[in-house]
Design a protein around this ligand. Sequence first.
Ligand SMILES: Cc1ncc(COP(=O)(O)O)c(C=O)c1O
Length: 390
Amino acid sequence: MSDCFMDTYKRTGLVFAEGRGARLLTDEGKGFLDFTSGIGVNSLGHGHPALVSAIATQAGRLIHVSNYYQTREGLAAAEALCRASGLERVFFCNSGAEALEGAIKVARKRGNGMDPARNVILALEGSFHGRTITDLSATGQEKLRKHFGPFTPGFRHVRAGDLAALEAAFTDDVCAFLFEPIQGEGGVVPIDPAYLQRAAALCRARGALLMADEVQCGVGRTGSFLASSWAGLEPDVVALAKGLAGGVPVGAVLARGEAATVLGKGDHGSTFGGNPLAMAAVGTVLATIKGEGFLEVVAAKGERIMSAIRSWGNPVVKEVRGRGLMIGVRVSVSPDEVKQEAIKRQLLVLTAGEDVLRLLPALVITDEEVDEGLEKLRDTLGAFTGSQGP
Ligand SMILES: Cc1ncc(COP(=O)(O)O)c(C=O)c1O
């Protein structure tokens, strides 16, 4: 491995050269089944013909103009994204971290406009909202924050599910409640819909914004365009990224109602945000995901994977949870070791939280690829049963 990189990632040593669907090939031609899709990014799998063609055509036509101008691709992507999500306006950026920064700026400007003391954002313990200092300030995981203080003030963390704590924390200085409907990095932890509905009601009653971080769980990942919909929520602000352009870097801050008009000229910006190359990719991903029956198939595939894993009765598996193709398998052994065993069987999986294997396959994964991956996963987990009791 090269010493030229900062040592920020626990790399596997694998070097990939190409991919098709849910399959990846190393530079030595060894094939792997990919149940990670680049941490939920390659929503259309690798080498999807429509996405490749849209990017290639767009690259030849126009890659970038500044945001002082519009492009056909940008207009089409913005309209398609507002239609798909049910929100009214969008700001495009380049990553999840930036999408969260944008959402936080909406909440802060609106709160400050109501009362200069109204600047606290409530967020959840166990959450992950990105790696910038302000996003880490919102993130409810001490292990990610420990070396990087001082942090941006104005964030307060509460334990998900604890209604009394939520009500106590919801003081007059709160301008927004920020949540992931399913916490991804925290361990694929679905947040109780009744708790989220109460948080939404408190936001309405107190004039605070309900802000969903759907960077990981949005854009069809759970079998619904927005995961917030499963809890019957209509957030004022939604942050998206990851799967939105199938692998081309993009992020989006969406807003509805009053929140949609908070940011005005000069309040925010991004040099690369909304460039036509990324927008062409967004258009293709949205057209595919919004196709007839697509999301139902995602939901059904997820159910099939989850019930297959449960049916193995493997004592190492403590719980299978998630929705659609965002799946967490809580295990009684080191998830990192399981990941390494899976690699020996040419299967790629992710970990999350302390004790969770995370599966985020491409939304277009075929039944055959699912079967093959499940077989490899069963075999992988089987390697641990001898050494571990229930
Ligand atoms: C819920 C959530 N928010 C924000 C982010 C940050 O996104 P990015 O890595 O694109 O900056 C992530 C990334 O994993 C995420 O899962």
